[in-house]
Write a protein that binds this ligand. Sequence first.
Ligand SMILES: CC(C)(COP(=O)(O)OP(=O)(O)OC[C@H]1O[C@@H](n2cnc3c(N)ncnc32)[C@H](O)[C@@H]1OP(=O)(O)O)[C@@H](O)C(=O)NCCC(=O)NCCS
Length: 163
Amino acid sequence: MNSNRRTVADSATRISQIMNPEHANLLGNVHGGVILKLCDECGGITAARHARRLAVTVAVDSMAFHEPVRVGQLLRLRGRITYIGRSSMEVEVIVEAEDLLTGGITHTNSAYYIFVALDDNGLPTEVPRLELTNEQERRRFDEGRERQRQRLERAGRQKEEAQ
Ligand SMILES: CC(C)(COP(=O)(O)OP(=O)(O)OC[C@H]1O[C@@H](n2cnc3c(N)ncnc32)[C@H](O)[C@@H]1OP(=O)(O)O)[C@@H](O)C(=O)NCCC(=O)NCCS
């Protein structure tokens, strides 16, 4: 049993990156794949900070792009742990685009990424417990537990259908 405990704040992560022409499609909008990769990185850092272990992505909840991100904007990503199981961690990643000239901020998308911490042999390993410090964190944790229940149910069904 891993007796360490960490708070949500201990692993909370912020990263930002300016969007350059190399990130864009022919319309001048940033490719969805670029945003997905940054979300995965932000979530992965958050999970690794919580576990202090390498963590691999095992699932991503559906991702919707609410607003286009344009070249020249600063993409700002925030990751926070919402739920943990034994070896799995759910990280909510929130993405915003900042217009550097006006200071205007647009919420572009949010997603839940699930990571699994691996031991030195590449096997799932227990992560520190999550110390919940307020009512919001407790609510997010309960909601995350329900999402994870539904994910595993879906994954089980998909496995059966693929056989
Ligand atoms: C992650 C991986 C090691 C898990 O292996 P596994 O045999 O499913 O291991 P387990 O059954 O012990 O599951 C480990 C944890 O993952 C969770 N999990 C497994 N499949 C899941 C899914 N589809 N969605 C959400 N969680 C899932 C389990 O619930 C378990 O969580 P818990 O320990 O908190 O209870 C394996 O699936 C893997 O290597 N996947 C590829 C990862 C990868 O390459 N990612 C992309 C690059 S980083």
